[in-house]
Design a protein. Structure first.
Length: 193
């Protein structure tokens, strides 16, 4: 029985579109593959200081080998249906990421996360990429609600959440310790309209 489930889950990777257009933008979304590891490492490495302010993971210890392992696990979670992750590509360069994690198609729920290289911010790319994935989530996957966890100091992400139609869940916060850093997240939710 497990081999049947495993085979079915592995084939799920192919139900997702390999690319998704980003309306009104020259960038596009490309489904994550193991071939992304080298360029992903280079983009993360160039943006360590910027991303560590808002990301729940520390980039200080990443290496090309550790990124290859992370990408391999990500591709496995795409296959098993628990995550859907796209790279944001502009001028054929990886400039960011947008994904659904804790994806549950039976319950119709997912959490949305994204990041963008510092030099690409302020151009509407993060919003457009997120909007494209949210639209696919509601219209292509049949999701009913999508949550975002945002560090309160990340004003741009809170603005982006509002533009996506998300509402702040007043009493719903999460605190996470990563090394010596404390991250407090406020929860936002987008419901299928």
């Amino acid at each position: 029985m497990n081999s049947v489930i495993s085979s079915e889950r592995q084939s799920q990777q192919f139900e997702y579109p390999p690319t998704i257009a980003i309306e009104g933008n020259s960038a596009y979304l490309r489904l994550t593959t193991e071939a992304d590891a080298e360029e992903l490492y280079a983009t993360l490495d160039a943006n360590r200081e910027h991303l560590e302010k808002y990301q729940h993971f520390q980039l200080a210890g990443i290496t090309p080998e550790s990124v290859k392992e992370i990408v391999k696990r990500t591709v496995a979670s795409i296959r098993d249906g628990s995550r859907l992750q796209y790279r944001i590509i502009k001028d054929e360069h990886l400039i960011g990421n947008v994904n659904f994690y804790e994806l549950d198609k039976e319950l119709g729920t997912a959490n949305l996360a994204y990041w963008l290289a510092k030099d690409q911010q302020g151009k509407g790319i993060a919003y457009a990429a997120s909007r494209s994935l949210v639209d696919y989530g509601f219209n292509g996957l049949g999701l009913k609600k999508i949550k975002l966890e945002i560090v309160p100091s990340n004003i741009r992400s809170e603005h982006l959440a509002r533009r996506l139609g998300a509402k702040l869940l007043d009493k719903d916060t999460r605190i996470e310790m990563v090394g010596d850093r404390k991250y407090e997240y406020r929860m936002w939710e987008i419901k299928r309209g």
